[in-house]
Ligand binder design. Structure first.
Ligand SMILES: [Zn+2]
Length: 476
């Protein structure tokens, strides 16, 4: 097929066009969380096929578009054979392997089918196959409903294949792995001693089953990634096994904890203590089916655990499970020790509660003005209801008198039931806040994956970024 007009374009423009077909270049953050779904994988594969078609239109375009074809190395359970073909190409063409920027791996169903390809690769890499390679061992896995079943899925083989891929991709910047089927393996032990991941900036680890995973399983991998900046842990249950020290996370600038299922609060505190330069934290509390096996967590405990980071933390985002009722003595009362905090996104349920215990010497109601440090610049209150009105009015008056000299923007997201009155509430607060030079806006309530923007934080930007689609969604 001839496309003469395309050929007249300068190479930079052709590169720009190619990048628009590349899921890596368009900064597709959805790539992390839902790669496990086959619809999502099919969508990605279709984008890559479009790019491949484009690259075949001419020799000139091929030269420009090819690097973009290798930016993303994503696999799905059913795509092991493709994975192996791609891996063999990467081995034979280190120039192409150098283009890989983002990789996403989920568990394979039956790696034994491709033994001959793997064995060939192993021979070329001069890496001895791990013990147990010849006779695959069956493993017990815990299903989503909590049943234990025997599986032919082979964690060892999957892990080995992933590590062989990592040996080939030294330019990798973003890595995500689903550890559900192989959460007890020790990642990194099969990598070549000389292999490192110096460009790796973000690592996303997810686990789909109630048991969760220990961060200890990636200790060796973390040692090979000295420039890691953002770590996302979805379903992490502990930081270490037994008495071994947890991994060193002193290079991290941001941490995102989704569905954390730590059995002891000490593990959470230990995790924060090991992040000595932490500037951003997003914490998304969860009450899943397995929550009944875990001790209950409170917002107050979270803030106590986070105190070792009070000098460095600039961004804090807390979303709390909607079905968790928080007592007054479990609320966050003060963030004043966090003297560098610029951006706070907080679920209002972590500050305000109507629930008191009979035995409790009831604490005075929480106050937003008492909560905030003077360093605060951006504030987003999530799931606000009209009962909080009096305290918000008090906060606005204090702001007017200069209590928050750095505050620039306030965003309020109302619970759906109270959304119809929200504009009147905003008008009531607006006068005081505007006199202090603070803007206030209302945000439609909808589920938001993260406000902590990964692209922004890699630029050291910890201000508040409202996702475009949240602004567009309409209030119910
Ligand atoms: Zn790209």
């Amino acid at each position: 097929m001839s496309t003469p007009w395309l050929l007249t374009l300068p190479a930079e423009l052709l590169a720009d066009i190619s990048s628009r077909f590349c899921p890596h270049c368009v900064g597709d953050s959805g790539l992390y969380l839902d790669l496990g779904s086959s619809e999502r994988y099919d969508q990605l594969a279709s984008q890559q096929r479009d790019l491949a078609s484009l690259s075949r239109t001419s020799r000139e375009i091929h030269a420009v578009a090819t690097p973009f074809l290798y930016h993303l190395f994503a696999t799905h359970q059913s795509t092991l054979y493709l994975h192996m073909r791609l891996q063999r190409t990467l081995y034979e063409r280190p120039d192409l392997a150098a283009h890989v920027r983002r990789a996403a791996f989920v568990g394979y169903t039956n790696p034994a089918e491709t033994d001959s390809v793997v064995n060939h690769l192993v021979a070329r890499l001069k890496v001895p196959p791990p013990e147990g390679w010849i006779v695959p061992k069956k493993v017990m896995i815990v299903t989503k409903t909590g049943n234990r079943v025997e599986s032919v899925r082979e964690p060892l083989r999957h892990q080995f294949l992933v590590e062989m891929a990592l040996n080939l991709t030294a330019g990798l910047e973003h890595l995500s792995m689903n550890l559900s089927l192989h959460a007890s393996e020790d990642y990194g032990k099969n990598m070549l001693p000389s292999s490192t991941l110096p460009a790796l900036r973000t690592l996303h680890l997810a686990h789909s089953y109630p048991a969760g995973f220990s961060l200890e399983v990636v200790s060796r991998l973390l040692q090979k990634a000295p420039n890691l900046r953002l770590l996302t842990l979805d379903g992490c249950s502990s930081v270490r096994y037994g008495s071994s020290p947890g991994p060193d996370l002193s290079n991290l600038s941001a941490l995102r904890l989704v569905r954390p299922c730590f059995r002891e609060n000490a593990h959470l505190a230990g995790l924060f203590a090991s992040c000595s330069k932490l500037q951003g934290l997003a914490f998304h509390h969860w009450r899943g089916e397995s929550y009944i096996y875990l001790p209950r967590r409170t917002p107050r405990e979270l803030i106590q655990a986070l105190l070792p980071c009070n000098q460095t933390l600039r961004y804090l985002e807390i979303q709390w499970a909607e079905d968790d009722d928080i007592y007054q003595d479990e609320l966050v009362r003060s963030l004043k020790p966090f003297s560098s905090l610029e951006t706070l996104v907080i679920d209002a349920a972590c500050i305000y509660s109507n629930r008191t215990r009979d035995v409790e010497e009831s604490e005075p109601p929480s106050s937003l003005a008492d909560l905030l440090p003077t360093s605060i610049r951006y504030l987003l209150l999530w799931r606000v209801n009209l009962r909080m009105h009096q305290d918000l009015a008090d906060f606005a008056q204090k702001a007017r008198r200069g209590a928050f000299p750095n505050l620039k923007e306030v965003w309020i997201s109302w619970v759906p039931a109270d959304a119809s009155l929200s504009q009147m509430m905003i008008w009531a607060l607006e006068e005081d806040l505007q006199l202090a030079g603070i803007s206030i806006r209302s945000l439609p309530y909808s589920k938001v994956e993260f406000f902590l923007d990964s692209e922004a934080l890699l630029r050291e930007d910890f201000s508040l970024h409202i996702p475009e689609r949240s602004l567009q969604s309409t209030s119910p």
